[in-house]
Design a protein around this ligand. Structure first.
Ligand code: F6R
Length: 241
């Protein structure tokens, strides 16, 4: 595991975006795994800037998002589909057919999870997977649990996650209580994983991820077993390392 500590959010966003820019420049048909949340917003802004400067094109790039709430349609401004469109896809030249996000409105959710895995396999899995981290150590929506779930699956969200995500909703009751998420093996199919975290409230989760024992109660700790992981944090999130 490689750990990079940057001064602040802006520096984390810049260096994380640079990795995407470099990959897309070198491999114009790369497959990217992408997160939502507050943390990657600055990173996406920098990626869009590089696209607008003419540095890169996403014409042949394929993306797979980590997760999606169950029960929110694409037009709902809290859906991850909406978030991705707003922060990245509507600003770049990506082919819409190459965008993949689990469909939390599917009639048969189990089948949707299988379809997602098959699609990933068909494109040869991800070149790079970006992750954020929850204050409870979750990655994607792989919440603390008794065991690691390998593949894309349905999850019930933890109270702490619902509480943390309620900042985006009018009231906490509006936050969906379940989601679809890539599993650990799905995430591990990426050749390279980059986890970004900023702020003091992530410091404990980061310390446990990097130096703790591998434990499904701290889902991100399993990243210690992947062969190419870089953790990029600001000084606050890295303060307990
Ligand atoms: C989002 C996701 C989540 C977030 C995590 C941190 O697609 O998979 O695991 O990365 O909840 O969220 P923020 O960045 O809002 O603190």
């Amino acid at each position: 595991m490689k750990v990079i500590v940057k001064k602040n959010y802006d520096e984390v966003s810049e260096i994380a975006a640079q990795e995407i820019v470099d990959l897309v420049k070198n491999k114009n048909n790369a497959v990217l795994g992408l997160p939502t949340g507050s943390t990657p917003v600055g990173m996406y802004k920098n990626v869009v800037k590089s696209y607008k400067n003419g540095e890169i094109s996403f014409k042949n790039i394929t993306t797979f998002n980590l997760d999606e709430y169950i029960g929110l349609n694409k037009d709902n401004d809290q859906s991850y589909y909406y978030f991705m469109n707003n922060n990245l896809f509507s600003h770049i030249d990506i082919n819409r057919d190459n965008i993949n996000i689990p469909n939390g409105m599917a009639d048969d959710l189990e089948n949707e999870c299988k379809r997602y895995e098959e699609k990933l396999k068909a494109v040869g899995y991800m070149d790079i997977m970006y992750l954020g981290i929850g204050i409870n150590g979750h990655i994607g929506f792989n919440e603390p649990a008794e065991y690691f779930e390998p593949f894309t699956h349905e999850v019930k969200l933890e109270e702490s996650t619902i509480e943390a995500n309620s900042r985006f909703f009018e009231k906490v009751e509006d936050v969906p209580t379940s989601a679809l998420t890539m599993g650990i093996k799905t995430i591990f199919s990426a050749k390279k994983i980059i986890l970004i975290a900023t702020g003091e409230n992530k410091a404990d989760a980061i310390a446990k991820t990097v130096n703790g024992k591998i434990d499904p109660q701290v889902p991100a700790s399993i990243l210690q077993l992947h062969r190419d992981v870089t953790i990029i944090v600001d000084e606050a999130a890295g303060s307990r390392l």
